[in-house]
Design a protein around this ligand. Structure first.
Ligand code: MD5
Ligand code: FE
Length: 207
């Protein structure tokens, strides 16, 4: 089911549901090669969200700023390749939302434990702003904050649950957004731990 948040922004409810077990397995394998870490922001804070990446480029933050790098600064190795299933899921979801030819070269994996949050920000470190961003929610539900083009605009709140996929393109690409502190809850599948993962697919380099 499709829900339009704003021009260019769509939630595909449950779009990734059938892939959830495979996605958990992939996150476990990828995070063995490139472990989750808590990055420092340029202002000196440590992020409560744990992060890692796969694909040609990975998002990092340190005292110098935010940027994309081909290697993991923790290991000096290239980020693990983006598994074909992940790339396909991102491409299919973007087509379903009306953006054909999405060609992501970066996948940021965010890990939220209860209490983790993402403060209001814009995603503007990508060179190719013509391509959408695709985001997949797994595990515990979260409250997503969707603002406007200025930090001051009031935010709408959208609950995101496991299997939901969001596609952000065109006019919504630069909207402020964030995630409220994660509430502890019973995981959607009883075997899961109390955690939320979000996969964010982006085209970073110009084609
Ligand atoms: C998350 N992650 O739930 C979110 C999902 C991030 C991040 O925000 O930067 O890692 S991506 C939501 C998103 C992406 C691009 C544009 C907009 C929202 N938007 O216009 O609201 O971990
Ligand atoms: Fe973001």
């Amino acid at each position: 089911w499709q829900e339009n948040l704003a021009p260019g922004a769509v939630i595909l409810r449950g779009y990734a549901t059938e892939y959830v077990p495979a996605l958990f397995d992939m996150i476990m394998a990828l995070s063995k090669a490139a472990p989750f870490r808590h990055l420092r922001t340029p202002s000196g804070h440590t992020m409560s969200v744990g992060m890692t990446n796969c694909g040609d480029l990975g998002w990092i933050s340190d005292e110098l700023g935010y940027r994309y790098t081909p290697t993991d600064p923790e290991t000096g190795q290239l980020w693990p390749p983006m598994p074909a299933l992940l790339r396909q899921l991102a491409e299919d979801a973007s087509s379903a939302a009306g953006y054909s030819g999405f060609n992501p070269d970066a996948c940021l994996i965010n890990r939220y434990y209860p209490g983790s949050r993402l403060t209001l920000h814009q995603d503007k470190n990508e060179r190719d702003m013509s391509q959408p961003i695709v985001s997949v929610s797994l595990g515990l539900p979260a409250m997503f904050l969707f603002g406007g083009l200025t930090r001051e605009q009031t935010c709408k709140r959208f609950p995101l649950t496991q299997g939901d996929v969001m596609v952000w393109g065109g006019p919504s690409r630069l909207n402020y957004h964030g995630v409220m502190p994660l509430k502890d809850a019973i995981p959607p599948s009883p075997a899961q731990e109390s955690v939320r993962y979000n996969l964010t697919f982006r085209r970073v380099s110009a084609i």
